[in-house]
Design a protein around this ligand. Structure first.
Ligand SMILES: [Zn+2]
Length: 115
């Protein structure tokens, strides 16, 4: 049976993550002031340029993006239903989330291979 992976993260946690994102205007490297900060606050580790916040990472824009996601994606998850949608706790560390996603994909592949 196919699987739809839903990385489940509460909206306020996403607002915190996305509004903390910073980008270097020169090398385009992306940092996160909370999760992956540069060595010197506000400056790119690679070239020392002052980091900036992208327009789409402003809080009002992030909240608008999340509302659009809920309106467009919520119905899709309901349409597939709980037998297809595999929710993965996206608040855990990235390597733990990646391992869980791998396990879900392998489980789905094994179900296909058996049937
Ligand atoms: Zn840079």
């Amino acid at each position: 049976m196919p699987a739809v992976i839903h990385l489940d993260v509460p909206g306020e946690a996403l607002v915190t993550r996305l509004t903390a994102r910073r980008q270097c205007p020169h090398c385009k490297h992306i940092y996160n002031a909370v999760l992956q900060p540069p060595k010197v606050a506000g400056l790119c580790d690679v070239d020392g340029a002052a980091l900036f916040t992208r327009e789409d990472d402003r809080e009002d824009v992030v909240r608008q993006r999340l509302r659009a996601y809920d309106e467009l994606t919520g119905p899709i998850l309901k349409w597939f239903g709980p037998s297809v949608v595999r929710s993965v706790d996206g608040t855990r560390p990235a390597d733990a989330v990646a391992l869980t996603v791998e396990r879900v994909v392998l489980d789905a592949y094994c179900e296909i291979a058996v049937h």
